[in-house]
Design a protein around this ligand. Structure first.
Ligand code: PHE
Ligand code: FE
Length: 290
């Protein structure tokens, strides 16, 4: 997901009309496979008890624990059998319309490059570890798989309604940075969290951020940080509930009803919020002071 791109821009040289490129799996160097393994093991150590059960199950059924960078053809064959999704490579970020159309067709576009060892803890542009480790396991979950397809269709519609920023916030606070309630307590499921060593700790255990019950309109009014940990995380009750709230609603009147609603601050608390944990704000204050 990204902004600042022209709808009518054409694919870069070497890419197909739908912006995909071959993964060229055999071109990965041993050091790149080794870096994947390092990232993989580090996350797997901390995710039990932190990540949503459906995410951990996805890692398992897709056999992502096989050493080395996954081969998209193999991975897609497994996913196809489970939920009909496939994974294809694209050169960096693709235009929103292209991205949404792929999702609507149950195709997830992933970067094929892997970060450098210096970027092991943080990088701004999503690499294959974020895209595949973060996003693909939940595509093996039938309900989440339907949500992602519906999101793609909703994305195309949001473009015609001038409401991309609203729908982007929904993506951000669910697909990328969502938390979920489980029988054993809060769990993380957003790809931006589960693929980040620091944030998989921060989002769940740090006292700083607010953790609020998911509310569609509230989320659509809440901007987000793209270069630091979030000040607010939203907690869904279940994937079924998320799918029900989004799929069954026609967003057009919701977008219209929000036209005059001012954006909220990233750390605001409203009297109408379902507060699960009120944050101390300590982390954001520390960052602002430094
Ligand atoms: N129901 C939404 C709309 O009318 C589409 C959507 C579904 C968006 C699921 C996101 C997730 O636009
Ligand atoms: Fe992502």
């Amino acid at each position: 997901m990204s902004d600042a791109k022209l709808l009518l821009s054409s694919p870069p040289p070497g890419a197909a009309a739908d912006w995909t490129i071959p993964q060229a799996w055999s071109a990965y160097r041993p050091a790149e496979h080794a870096l994947w393994d390092t990232l993989f093991e580090r996350q797997c150590q901390m995710l039990p008890g932190r990540a949503a059960p459906a995410f951990l199950q996805g890692l398992d059924v897709l056999r992502l624990s096989k050493p080395g960078i996954p081969d998209f053809e193999e991975l897609s064959a497994r996913l196809q059998g489970l939920t009909g999704w496939s994974v294809v490579a694209a050169p960096g970020l693709v235009p929103d319309e292209v991205f949404f159309r792929h999702l609507a067709n149950r195709t997830f576009v992933a970067g094929r490059f892997i970060r450098t060892p210096e970027q092991i803890d943080y990088l701004q542009e999503p690499d294959i570890f974020h895209d595949v480790f973060g996003h693909v396991p939940l595509l093996a979950d039938p309900v989440f798989a339907d949500y992602m397809q519906a999101y793609g269709e909703g994305g195309l519609k949001s473009l015609t309604l001038g409401a991309l920023h609203r729908l982007a916030r929904l993506y951000w606070y669910t697909v990328e940075f969502g938390l979920i309630q489980s029988d054993e307590g809060l769990r993380i499921f957003g790809a931006g969290i589960v693929s980040s060593h620091g944030e998989s700790h921060f989002a769940l255990d740090d006292p700083s951020p607010n953790r609020l019950g998911f509310d569609l309109k509230r989320v659509m009014r809440t901007p987000y940080k793209i270069d630091d940990y979030q000040e607010t995380y939203f907690v869904i009750d279940s994937f079924e509930d998320l799918l029900r709230q989004t799929l069954e609603a026609d967003f057009a009147p919701i977008y219209r009803s929000l036209e005059r609603a001012p954006d909220l601050r990233t750390d605001s608390l409203l009297t109408t919020d379902r507060v699960i944990q009120k944050g101390t704000g300590a982390y954001a204050r520390m960052k602002a002071a430094s």
